[in-house]
Ligand binder design. Sequence first.
Ligand code: PLP
Length: 739
Amino acid sequence: MTTMTSHVALIGAGYWGKNYIRILGQMQQKGKIKFAGVFEADSKSRESLRFNYPDVRFVENLDLFLDDKTIDAFVIVTPASTHAKVIEQALNAGKNILVEKPLTVDTKSSQKCCELAKAKGLRLMVGHTFLFNSSVKELKKQVEDPEFGKMHYIHCKRTNLGPIRHDTSVIWDLAPHDISIILYLMQSFGKKLEKVSAVGSKTLGGKYEDTSWIHMMFEDNVVAQVHVSWLDPHKVRDVVVVSDKKRLAFDDMDGRQPVKIFMKGVEYVPGWGDQAKHLTVRDGDIHIPNITACEPLSEQFQHFLASIHDKSMKNASPGEFGVDVVAVLEAAEISMAKTGQAVSMAEVMGSQPSTGGCPHSEPKPRCERTGDIPLVDIQAAYKTVKPEVDAAVAKVFAAGCFIEGPDCKEFETEFAKYIGVKHCIGVNSGTDALYLAYRYLGLEAGDEIITQANTFIATCLGATTLGANIKLVDSEPATGQIDASKIEAAITKKTKIIVPVHLYGHAANMEAILAIAKKHKLKVVEDASQGHGAYFKDKRVGGFGDAGCFSFYPGKNLGAFGDGGALVTNDDALAARIRAWRAWGAVKKYHHTEKGGNSRLDTVQAAVLTCKLRKLDAGNARRREIADKYIAALKGVGDLSLPKSPPNTVSVWHLFVITTDKRDALLKHLNDNKIGAGIHYPLPIHKQECYKEELSSLVGTLPQAELEAPRMLSLPVFPEMTNVQQDRVIEQVKAFFKK
Ligand SMILES: Cc1ncc(COP(=O)(O)O)c(C=O)c1O
């Protein structure tokens, strides 16, 4: 950057202009600029200004400044209706420009100003002063924090009784501030503004609206609203930003605590089910960040100066951003004339695409700061429950009750209620839950279980540990669920248990499976380790069979922060025996009725799980949103086959498994681009080394499982995944197939 001193003239000295006389005077005193003087066309104003500022030069002829080759910058503060003309003259005379908002009074002339500035290699900056306001900068910091969550809406209110203008509507006077704040905040989410509608009223009977409500519709149903009025008795300058995790409130009239961060929210109540969508208010803290006051107008001007001298510097509020704001105002004006009909931004912007609001920097996808996109983000999951979990864990430590105790009981009661069964017995893993279910449903050496070939090994281990044999059935394409139509053919005299696995978070066809089990007098154990909260018809999985087994491995939809598992059942006797077994077969301390083992759900994990259970439905709903977006965005891309939910089910998308012939190359491409992807699972059960001996005869008999294993790939899906992260995954998958 050079240390050149700019020679600056002020064009216009109305209401705002006086502030600039002060700022430019201060800058001159500090030796940062030479203040060339003020052009003011109105003679009366000029005379009174001369009286108030005897040291400042005032001119009545703009040409004096236009022709002065020593002046390199203009600050333009004339009425907006004159901006287009003055900007054109100034650019043609080689001046850099800081122009007060709005850039001009229509999109086309604003775009022309930008084109001219570009052609001349000069700066054109628009004075959206709020972008330099410390409170708005705090809002920006908050929305860029990954813990901010999913943006829902922004609401702005700017009202007071007068001063009322007679040359324009209230939207051009008051709304540019809020529109600039909204575009500035929304830019962090990379969402395009699609439509604007507005209604206004000419309450005073004048030519222009004195009160208006503007509605801005962004991609993905995010909305922003601006209410402006000259007639409200209250002077209000309010901005409220609402996400699924936080609510930010900025009150510019509150000098002491202008920004408040509400950690409150609205959540699903566990136990009611997604369909019921029962909501409750989550109470949380209110944080008041320390805001250091600054003078935005002065900061804005200094930024302008710096950007004149450093041509490589990104301007915070370039002309293009000013065009975006003007386009919203123009769309709102058109909409008001059509009594609120929505106006598409594409219509207003014409062939010039919106910059999406690009102040301060290039759009900064939030994932850039968090680094890589993992397959599952356990740290992000922790952050979303940190206050509750930290408190719950601290409580366990304070009580010193680390084995069983009230926390375990609470979780077991809550989870049984959630699944809709009588009993939940916490154990130390999903693997143990399956083993215990098999054992206490009477599986013995030589018996058989029927399950699917494409499952995780733990589905089978408990059975073979007991000396039983595995009969494998193929899976359905797309859903990955056990093909119920093939189960009966696998039943022999030795078959005892059918084990459907609600793989990938989909529900197996429980109606068909229960009917087969009933007909052949077989038991059913559901491996629901990937299906927490999934529905078959109107009931959650895990509650259909004789027993349902869950894993709470950290990466699961309901994941602990360590190992954990549970068995759920309506069978009192089964529950009692497993409860005894998990504590060395004791029904009473040191009185052992079973030759049991030690497999209890850790108390600390139980406390964690109770907190996380309360967020499970909301997390599953977000997973569905992510899956829906993947399905819409990746349809028809390359040779991809996309997953789908089976009929009559509500999936919880533990995994989003796609298939392609180019699996390995796609996996490498994603990993090279710092995107985590997984394979679930690379080998079907009968091809696993440990089962080779007993199951090798099945090779070639399970075509679907064998065909899919080398073609499947799991894309990242987790509730905390941001839209920007998902867009990057989609973009990279598409880029791979374009190569
Ligand atoms: C389908 C399935 N069954 C069983 C298990 C075993 O659970 P755990 O890891 O808690 O032992 C898992 C998860 O790891 C699983 O995905």
